[in-house]
Design a protein around this ligand. Sequence first.
Ligand SMILES: CCC/C=C/C(=O)SCCNC(=O)CCNC(=O)[C@H](O)C(C)(C)COP(=O)([O-])OP(=O)([O-])OC[C@H]1O[C@@H](n2cnc3c(N)ncnc32)[C@H](O)[C@@H]1OP(=O)([O-])[O-]
Ligand SMILES: Cc1cc2nc3c(=O)[nH]c(=O)nc-3n(C[C@H](O)[C@H](O)[C@H](O)COP(=O)(O)OP(=O)(O)OC[C@H]3O[C@@H](n4cnc5c(N)ncnc54)[C@H](O)[C@@H]3O)c2cc1C
Length: 667
Amino acid sequence: MALVESSINLEVGKVNPDLQKERDGASFNPNDMTLVLLGGPKRAQHRREVVRQLFSDPVFNQEMRYSQSKTERYDQAMHQSIRLAEYMIEKGWTDKEMQTAAVALHYDLATAVHAVMFVPTILRLATPEQQAEWLPQAASFKMIGTYAQTELGHGTNLKALETTATYDRSSECFIMNTPLPSGMKWWPGGLGKSTTHALVTANLIVDGQSHGFQVFLVQLRDVETFEELPGIEVGDIGPRISVSVTDNGYLIMRNVKIPRNNMLSKYCTVTSEGKFLRQEGTAKSNYGTMMMVRASIVDLAFQNTSQAVTIATRYGAVRRQSELKPGAKEPQIIDFVTQQYKLIPNIALAYGLHFTKEYMLSYYHQVFEEEIQKGVYDSVPELHSQSCGLKAYCTDLSMDTVEVCRRSCGGHGFMMASGLCSLLMDGLGSVTYEGENTVLYLQTARFLMKNYAAAMQGGRTARSLAFLTANHPTCELLDVFNLPQLQAVFDVRAKFMLECGAVRMSESLKNGRQQYEAWNENSVELVRASKAYLDSFTAVNFMKRVSTLDIKPELKDVLMKLCRLHALHRIVSSAEEFLQSMAINTKQLEDIRSAEIKLLASLRPDAVALVDSFDYHDQTLNSALGRYDGNVYEKMYDLTKRNPMNEQSVHPAIHKYLKPFQAKARL
Ligand SMILES: CCC/C=C/C(=O)SCCNC(=O)CCNC(=O)[C@H](O)C(C)(C)COP(=O)([O-])OP(=O)([O-])OC[C@H]1O[C@@H](n2cnc3c(N)ncnc32)[C@H](O)[C@@H]1OP(=O)([O-])[O-]
Ligand SMILES: Cc1cc2nc3c(=O)[nH]c(=O)nc-3n(C[C@H](O)[C@H](O)[C@H](O)COP(=O)(O)OP(=O)(O)OC[C@H]3O[C@@H](n4cnc5c(N)ncnc54)[C@H](O)[C@@H]3O)c2cc1C
């Protein structure tokens, strides 16, 4: 061992006195807030119990994760996936417990896409008979699957996917083919090494006629040996920015025959005679999985944001640096107002995202479970628009926050042990997968423009766009803390931005541009309009939700401060649009900036309690800087001592290269 035993107190569990002081000084009990966030004592108890059981099992110990090689990590991730499957049998864990466990483990499991896309797609797009055949196999891991849609040549443009499924009437089979090279499937999570099956999206061709993309269950590997089946070529696509274990893969199919029953047929089917049948009104039903996953990515954005602020805020309370009052003890870095400005508006954002994801998931369930199941599709366009837009908006903000938090920890934020680097690198995928964010903002804009046109013609708008027809005769911000006045300010700015997009579009069209040219020419403005709408929707949802909560006064008080700070911070962040729309004037902007700083001071004593309320287990945070007990330096030293680079006091490379050279040089 290269390092001598340290005299540093390595006792873990004794809470750092600065952190303890923060907790003692808070205006509310974090446990009460946790119950609000988790939806009551029963749910909180359930989550805590699942997480406790999970992390009391050494298989789920994450501590050495950052020092593991990719292969070691894959090994552990497969072990963890299988252990969770064992829990289903041994402990009777259901989807509910599995979901909680997956979140606590950051979905960093070898079979994550199996759980989040493969099984849910079967549930949504397969007939009851297909479900009865496949779901038990999926539950017992006899069948481990992925969702293979993206190709090397196309991810965004689904109409251009090249994979084909050609119906062969004589054998009643589909023949799957990959035109090379751009048509090979590329990216699906788990495809590289972990899966036996894939749900493959392919162009259905019957008698030479295309019926658009459909979803097919294709077996890739022998379920016993895991060897590739004839006609199948699969592999891992190679190193990626993220350190997550997911083995994203590629797939080539050469004349692979699959039974007719393997086309997911809840909404469309091919009869044995080769007739293509589709239920009316279900043209976009195959896009349903994307809508569901986008809604759940809003939740992921909340988790990334809330974990990052938890780490950085606790560290901000523990770390002492520089001089504030001349000659006095070094201050906690969280006492610098610039540091508060990095952390506290992002704590407010994390709370805002909590209420956004609550909205998004409940709207998704309402439309999917109550309306679509009854054949009512009226809300689908709005749900599509919001799931696209909020996925993009929330992941963009969440990644900005993680990076700000990482930088706010100075040099230590650059260490994997901070927990912030993996949050950043793993989280970065979320701005691209399930629809690249710009593309998704433009989907939202499409819906906004249609609604704007309807509103201008006196027609009805979707419910989230009621502000287009609402009367805000004078939007006067007399009191920057007044929620209805702030809401009006957001609405005026969003309406103005939509109007800018619409006016530009109509001018382009008047100037003789085709619709597609006008759209492209004005797309930067259209993305701005989407962001303004989403900014407004999120801030207003936050204000409305908090205003209607029936909770203890001290909790309400702090939540009101947070939603005000969030609103003010969003206004300052896009001040030019609020000014340009005349939602505020320059004097009001000055008032807003001052109010924002006042709110920082007022929330500062509660910062630690606010992040404690997210109730993250230390193993989920997996951060030396964000530990609950605040023993940052002790833990960093402890991890460093166990770092494989320190296993030998002299690295073999010294003997291999340096010593021979020195010997030669001496001659
Ligand atoms: C979790 C980690 C694992 C990751 C997995 C993945 O990444 S998996 C891979 C994830 N891959 C991606 O995410 C790929 C991203 N690309 C896409 O999702 C699509 O190609 C697109 C939406 C960009 C365009 O689609 P397009 O060329 O077909 O369309 P268009 O623009 O011509 O619009 C036609 C109409 O369809 C409507 N509509 C569209 N989508 C939906 C929907 N979901 N629902 C309902 N409706 C929808 C749209 O509103 C429009 O209606 P309108 O106005 O005519 O009444
Ligand atoms: C970590 C990760 C995991 C993934 N997992 C899976 C998986 O499990 N299964 C699966 O099928 N896929 C998966 N994907 C693929 C993912 O869904 C696609 O990468 C994504 O949809 C973006 O498509 P693309 O790569 O073709 O980007 P492109 O569309 O080529 O985007 C490149 C650029 O072009 C711009 N652009 C493209 N079209 C337009 C447009 N119409 N208007 C304006 N700008 C445009 C984009 O904004 C972007 O700037 C994964 C990707 C990642 C990164």
